[in-house]
Design a protein around this ligand. Structure first.
Ligand code: ISE
Length: 335
């Protein structure tokens, strides 16, 4: 039967996933929506056949028509919902960050280990982006030799008003932490954060942009430009510098229009549009594997490792020094 999904959190990302499950992908339907905003969730559920509104994740997870959970609430609310889902042995797709810090991520990791099998996929959707996938495949062939450096650029048109300096690391650069670990197939060992003079267009008190440096196990060095208020669009670029060549992705997909003595194109305004295909492919893959009783994609280990790098990153950002990443030994369940 179709997978009955409870979507927990119906803000920008949660609402987009509801639309995706209902209208874009196949094999699943939204049987429950959960939000502390009772009115919002009630009116959302009213527009979906066979969907019930809840204000408590636990109540939705107890319902007979809920087979799996998609968590899209803010990071600090994830741990409770994840532990509840693991307690019921329900499959989960959890938006990043898994949890806001390494200690809470470790608690989730321990709970999944106690369960004895993987149940949680983390929403690091860039792993489903066609260009990132091609870059991963290319680096995997070994044609270009070892990867020595990665250059990432991550620019947002602007950030919502509640966004903080720490969130630039925990909510934005967390994506580069994951793709770096995935592309290079190794852990990040240390983080340094440099702060150029801030843009006067950034909110008071926010150091924007920032340059974040990672060191990795093999000795690669990775830089990430994170710019929260670039003011012109949403851009994500990555370039691998290898021994025998370089490979770059994220340049505008086109069409590149030449007309009236000028050339140019359109820049996507936000991640919902830029990574639309990646989100679609990610959720479809999660539904397909879940229906087969399997778990694939980035998991709790990846969420925990990213949370540990974030923790080092926030400390590096605050104290202006290089901070080493602390990780437990990788448990057998995640090897
Ligand atoms: C947002 O939460 C995301 O996950 C986006 O992918 C990222 O580009 C953005 O900076 C974050 O705020």
């Amino acid at each position: 039967r179709e997978l009955g999904v409870a979507v927990v959190g119906t803000g920008k990302m949660g609402a987009d996933h509801v639309r995706r499950i209902e209208h874009v992908i196949s094999g699943a339907r939204v049987t429950a929506v959960v939000d502390i905003e009772a009115e919002r969730v009630k009116s959302l559920a009213a527009g979906i056949e066979g969907c019930t509104a809840y204000t408590e994740p636990a109540a939705a997870m107890a319902a007979d028509d809920v087979d799996a959970v998609l968590i899209a609430s803010p990071g600090p609310a994830h741990e409770t919902a994840l532990l509840e889902a693991l307690g019921r042995d329900l499959p989960v797709l959890c938006e990043k960050p898994l949890t806001p810090d390494a200690a809470s991520a470790l608690r989730v990791l321990e709970a999944e280990q106690r369960l004895g099998h993987r149940r949680i996929q983390v929403g690091f959707m860039r792993r489903y982006d066609a260009e990132y996938l091609r870059l991963k495949r290319l680096l995997g062939t070994g044609e270009l030799g070892r990867t020595l450096m990665l250059h990432h650029r991550h620019r947002n048109l602007s950030m919502p008003p509640w966004f903080t300096n720490e969130m630039l690391i925990n909510d934005s650069v967390v994506h580069e932490m994951d793709v770096t670990r995935w592309l290079l197939d190794q852990e990040i060992t240390a983080v340094t954060v440099l702060k150029p003079a801030a843009s006067t267009l950034a909110p008071e008190g926010m150091d924007d942009p920032q340059l974040v440096l990672f060191e990795t196990e093999s000795g690669a060095v990775v830089d990430v430009e994170i710019f929260g208020h670039c003011g012109y669009g949403y851009q994500v670029h990555a370039e691998a510098v290898c021994e025998r060549g370089t490979a770059r992705i994220g340049d505008e997909p086109g069409p590149r229009v030449s007309s009236e003595g000028r050339w140019g194109g359109r820049i996507t305004p936000d991640y919902i549009e830029r990574f639309e295909d990646a989100y679609d492919r990610q959720v479809q893959a999660w539904v397909d594997t879940t229906r087969r009783g399997e778990v694939a994609g980035p998991g709790v280990w990846d969420g925990y490792a990213a949370a540990s790098v974030c923790e080092a990153g926030v400390l590096a950002q605050r104290e202006g020094r290089r901070v080493e990443v602390e990780l437990i030994e990788r448990p057998a369940l995640y090897r």
